[in-house]
Design a protein around this ligand. Sequence first.
Ligand code: KG4
Length: 337
Amino acid sequence: MTATIILGIESSCDDTCAAVLKDGIVLSSVIAGQSVHEAYGGVVPELASRAHQQNIVPVVSEAIKRACIDIRDISAVAFTKGPGLSGSLLVGISFAKGFAIANNIPMLEVNHLQAHLLANFIQEVGVTSKHPKFPFLSLLVSGGNSQLIVVRDYLKMEIIGRTIDDAAGEAFDKCAKVMGLPYPGGPVIDKLAKTGNSERFIFSKPRVPDLDYSFSGLKTSFLYFLRDELKARPNFITENLNDLAASLQKCIIDILMAKLVKASVQTGINQIAIGGGVSANSALQEAVHRQAQQSGWEVFIPRIGFSVDNAAMVAVTGYYKYLAGEFCGLEVTPHTS
Ligand code: KG4
C-alpha cells in the first residue's frame, strides 16, 4: 500500500510554517517567525503578508528537504483557510493552489482552531506520545482565541465557551506593552513572574455568564491602575516589574481556570487538553496539573513546537480529512473569522 504523505501549510498570522506528514507521523516541521513586528508592539497585517511572500517558498522547500521525500510522493496539500489575517491566509492558500495544480494533487482546507485541537494527535518518529480519548475538553488560548471546546471526534467538535472581546494572549501582550515590554509579551511576563509576588496586586475579574471569557476589562483596569500609580511614583513600573507581571499573570490564569473547571463539571469530561501559544505559560501548566490532581483529570499539552502556530497540526488535520475524503476545490478563499 502506498503511503499517505500530506504537505501542511500554515500562514494565518505572523509565522510561515510548512510540515510533512507520512501516514500520520511528522517527518518535518519548519516555522519561520517574523521579527519585523517587534518594533510595532504587535502584528502589522500588511508586513505579515509581505514576509509570508518572502518566506513561503524557502520554508516549504526546507520542510520537503528535511522530510527526505520526493515532491512527487506527496498525496495532498493541506492549508489553513482561517480564521486569521486575510493577506496572510491568502499567501498560504495561493501557494497551496499552485502546488496542487503543479503536482496534480488534491487540496484540504483546514480550520486553524481545529488544527490546534488535533495537535494532540501529532506523532513523531521515535517519540512515544499519549493522546486524549474522545470526548475531550480543550482550552484553546492564543493571541487571537480563548475558547472552550468539546472534541467529540477528529472532525467533530463543539465550542461551548469563547471570549466576548480580547483573547488571553492579547491581554498578556497588551499589558506587557503598557509596561514597556517587548512583543510578544506573554513569554516575557511568564519569565518575570517567576521571581514576583503574585498576591501583591489584585486586579478585578470579569463577570461573564456561562462559559464565556472577557479580557478587555482587565487590560483597561491594568492601564488605569498603572497611570494612577505613575502619577505619584514615576518609577513605579521598573520598581515593581516582577510583582506586576506575577499578579497580572495570576489574574489571567485564575480567569482561565475558573471556566475550565466549570466546563469540566458541566460536561463531566476529565480528559483535558490545553493548546495555543498561551498554553506554554508555566503558571497555567502548573495550575492545570494542580487541578488535575484535585479533580482526577488526565491532562494533554502538545510540546511547545506543536502548541504555538505550526504546520504539523495543519497536516495532521488534513490527514484525517484525507482519510474522510473531505477535499476542497480551487475556488476556496480565506475565511478571516
Ligand atoms: O498560538 P500562537 O503562537 O499564535 C497566535 O495566536 O498568533 O499564540 C501567540 C500568543 C501571544 O499572545 C503570546 O504572548 C502568547 O501566545 N504566549 C504566551 C507564552 N508564550 C506565548 N503567553 C503567556 N505565557 C507564555 N509563556
